[in-house]
Design a protein around this ligand. Structure first.
Ligand SMILES: Cc1cc2nc3c(=O)[nH]c(=O)nc-3n(C[C@H](O)[C@H](O)[C@H](O)COP(=O)(O)OP(=O)(O)OC[C@H]3O[C@@H](n4cnc5c(N)ncnc54)[C@H](O)[C@@H]3O)c2cc1C
Length: 399
């Protein structure tokens, strides 16, 4: 396994680094540095959208997509370089990760030519944003328990018609500023578990869709409840065959290869630096136990990065689950260490007038990193995968 970057990759690094430095230095964008991302996705959405469209205008969105679909066709390592350089430059975080990294590749693999022509260009140009309608109140880790229903209403016509959806989704990130949502729904009445599900593309801005933001511990609202009450979408907006949506839904999750998460370790290193700087400034660095914890976090981050690279460069079974477990647990421990360092200041959560949350970056890190071990497959789910698929332990009882 050769983990060194080739000369071509290094040349590409110089190209994107220079471009980002030039453009982020401009008065239009300089103020957006570091905005958005996990725990902060509610920040400056309009401005980040404009930045993303600026990237698109210069061909810097969907860089891993094949050229025939309008991408740059970058190799895996060049995609890593791209995301690392964005993180290094403290570029504002993207607003359409779900469309670009997950739905786009799914449409390329399973969508019709018409679906690809209709939906890929606006994802690339960042003119249509997407939300993921998988989770429900009783279907999270156990996604096969989806209860949202969809039926085909052909209106008496021989062709055409519409899907009509009823049900509830929850924890739907970004639905409040997205135009579209991909939805896993049960289209075969009486079907059980992963059978009889379909993968539908549903416009959000319509009377049958109600989006209710959920306020998080951090005070922001990145995710939502989404109520579908007679929501409609075109009969042709099913991806793959009706009733075969489970395979499409799982394939979509498989497209998350961790390229951007690996680059996130650049952000993590910066966060750790700010915690260390606070420890120096307030004297808590003198606490030997705390020093030990901070040094351990530094060492662990190097190991996590190596594990991420390993996951990308090999098809080792379980590598993705190991990576998810180690980075999510690390980030939580960083949040906890940040609160130790902050001391009493970490307890102050009200603005001067007592009215609202007014968190500093370390408090937000501490609170939001509790979610890291839940989304994208919880710790327990990752351990079940490792136990059953890698260690060959007996399968846990299924409902
Ligand atoms: C920040 C954030 C953003 C999210 N964004 C989206 C989104 O955009 N779209 C979307 O569809 N969903 C989204 N989710 C939802 C996320 O996918 C679910 O929270 C996750 O799948 C867990 O499901 P749940 O919350 O229903 O918990 P449950 O599945 O009810 O789990 C509760 C607890 O039981 C444990 N558990 C469950 N099953 C087992 C088992 N078999 N063995 C051992 N332990 C088990 C879990 O690990 C957890 O600790 C988001 C979640 C978060 C936190």
């Amino acid at each position: 396994m050769d983990l060194t970057y080739s000369d071509a990759d290094q040349a590409f690094r110089t190209e994107i680094r220079t471009w980002l430095e030039d453009h982020l230095a401009s008065a239009d964008w300089a103020g957006l540095k570091g905005l958005g991302g996990p725990g902060k996705d509610h920040e400056a959405v309009e401005e980040r959208l404009a930045w993303n469209q600026h990237l698109a205008a210069h061909g810097w969105t969907c860089v891993g997509w094949p050229v025939e679909h309008g991408g740059r066709g970058l190799s895996l390592w060049q995609q890593v370089v791209f995301h690392e350089e964005c993180a290094r430059a403290h570029a504002p975080h993207g607003v359409n990760h779900l469309g670009e990294a997950l739905l786009g590749p799914t449409l390329m693999a399973y969508g019709t030519a018409e679906q690809q022509a209709r939906f890929l260009p606006p994802i690339r140009e960042v003119t249509e944003l997407w939300a993921q309608g998988y989770s429900e109140p009783d279907a999270g880790s156990d996604l096969a328990n989806v209860q949202t229903r969809a039926r085909l209403d052909d209106g008496g016509a021989e062709v055409g018609g519409e899907w009509v959806l009823d049900g509830q989704k929850v924890w739907t990130s970004n639905a409040h500023f997205s135009q579209w949502m991909f939805v896993v729904a049960r289209t075969e009445p009486g079907s059980q578990r992963h059978r009889g599900l379909s993968f539908l593309l549903v416009p959000i801005d319509q009377p049958g869709v109600e989006v209710r933001p959920i306020e998080q511990l951090t005070g922001g609202s990145e995710f939502n409840e989404v109520f579908l009450t007679g929501a409609r979408t075109g009969a042709d907006l099913v991806v793959g065959e009706p009733g075969q949506g489970w395979a499409v839904a799982m394939a979509l999750l498989g497209f998350e290869r961790g390229v951007s998460t690996l680059a996130q370790t650049v952000d993590y290193a910066r966060e750790l630096d700010t915690v260390v700087a606070r420890a120096r400034a307030n004297g808590s660095y003198d606490d030997l136990v705390l020093r030990d914890r901070l040094a351990t976090l530094k060492v662990e981050l190097s190991v996590i990065r190596a594990q991420g690279l390993r996951g990308l460069s090999s098809a080792e079974p379980g590598a993705d689950s190991v990576f998810k477990l180690v980075w999510a647990g690390w980030h939580r421990r960083l949040g906890e260490a940040a609160m130790e360092v902050a001391g009493h200041d970490g307890l102050l959560t009200r603005s001067a007038d007592g009215s609202a949350y007014d968190l500093d970056d370390h408090q937000r890190l501490f609170l939001f990193s509790r979610a890291d071990t839940i989304y994208g497959g919880s710790d327990e789910v990752q351990k079940n995968i490792l136990a059953e698929r890698v260690l060959g332990l007996p399968r846990e009882p299924r409902p």
